[in-house]
Design a protein around this ligand. Structure first.
Ligand code: NDP
Ligand code: OXD
Length: 310
């Protein structure tokens, strides 16, 4: 018998139970807060677990994140030490993120928001625009998602650069890294895409100082986390014209509160944290695969480094 605790705050518990059981019939699937005997729980599949929940499971062998990001797990200040944390990594998620990033880069590049306004005004007018090779796009975070998006923007002909913690070599992408590389990366970036993980080192990284390092009128696209952005600094930069347009998928408070100025800002596009999502079928395979690996004494796949926080 394998005992897994599911704690997700979502409403798809039955789907998860049925699908996981179909793959692993001896699974004892428990849904938080109906934990049963906590000493029996070996695996936890979670999204934004309550603080202390995981520390209260004395025989936990692995924690599985329902997302690619694990900041929602590291937010638990009482996390048990030494229990491996695995995150979502799969080509389907990278594909969905690639679509979203490419779509919004193209919308800004091809001045779609302005054409929307012209249509509403019944105005037939052509707006000048550079071709893709003259448009400098920069992607912060060159991991599974950012690296893939940067590569595909390059294949579309954009002049693409990327910024990461350590040096990265991606075909068609000019690499910058670390604190020393950030200034030059920003200075050449007309459309900035954030696909960083949220860690102590990246919390609030998109602030007035960073935004002022971009060329005037630059576009900002965020699919990382809301915690990357100092929201008042972004609003000030939009109002001053330092940032021309923004597309935001993630926010400090989600759902975005009804009174947030981002909703009605004329140069902001809001999407409700849908840039990419974890396809549950792919995630099921990953969770079951990792449980089987653990049972066989093999190392787990897609673990994160608690020291780095991603
Ligand atoms: P990865 O862990 O694969 O990649 C992270 C990248 O960020 C790496 O290139 C890493 O550098 C870089 N990085 C981390 N810290 C720093 C730092 N301090 N300075 C510079 N670069 C840094 O993550 P993924 O690509 O899988 O996912 C990225 C994030 O996307 C997730 O953490 C999540 O927040 C967000 N996300 C959003 C979704 C949405 O729907 N909006 C869906 C899924 C994920 P290095 O290569 O040197 O390690
Ligand atoms: C994720 C997310 O991290 O949905 O997977 O944001």
């Amino acid at each position: 018998m394998t005992v897994l605790l599911f704690a997700s705050h979502a409403d798809r518990d039955d789907w998860w139970r049925e699908t996981l059981l179909a793959e692993m019939p001896d699974l004892d699937f428990r849904t938080w807060p109906e934990t049963g005997d906590v000493a029996e729980v070996e695996y936890a599949l979670v999204w934004k677990p309550e603080t202390g929940l995981l520390a209260g499971l004395p025989n936990l062998r692995a924690i599985f994140s329902l997302g690619a990001g694990v900041d929602h797990i590291f937010a638990d200040t009482q996390l048990p030490e030494g229990v491996p944390i695995c995150r979502v990594v799969n080509p389907n998620m990278a594909l969905r993120m690639r679509e979203w990033v490419v779509m919004h880069v193209l919308m800004h590049h091809r001045r779609h928001r302005e054409y929307d306004r012209l249509q509403k005004a019944h105005e037939w007018r052509e707006l000048p625009q550079p071709h893709a090779g003259e448009r400098r796009v920069g992607v912060m975070g060159l991991g599974e998602l950012g690296g893939d998006a940067a590569k595909h923007l390059g294949l579309l002909g954009f002049d693409v650069a990327g910024w990461s913690r350590t040096p990265k070599a991606i075909d068609g992408v000019t690499g910058f890294h670390g604190g020393v590389g950030l200034k030059d990366f920003l200075a050449r970036t007309e459309i900035l895409v954030c696909l960083l993980p949220l860690t102590p080192a990246t919390e609030g990284i998109v602030d007035a100082a960073l935004l002022s390092g971009l060329p005037r009128g630059a576009t900002f696209i965020n699919a990382g986390r809301g915690g990357h952005v100092v929201e008042e600094d972004l609003l000030a930069a939009l109002d001053s014209g330092q940032i021309g347009e923004a597309t935001l998928d993630v926010f400090r408070t989600e759902p975005l509160p009804a009174g947030s100025p981002f909703w009605d800002h004329p140069r902001v596009t809001v999407t409700p944290h849908i840039a990419a999502f974890s396809d549950p079928r792919a995630l099921v395979d990953q969770v079951i695969g990792n449980i089987r690996r653990d049972r066989a004494g093999e190392p787990l796949l897609n673990t994160v480094d608690p020291k780095r926080g991603y």
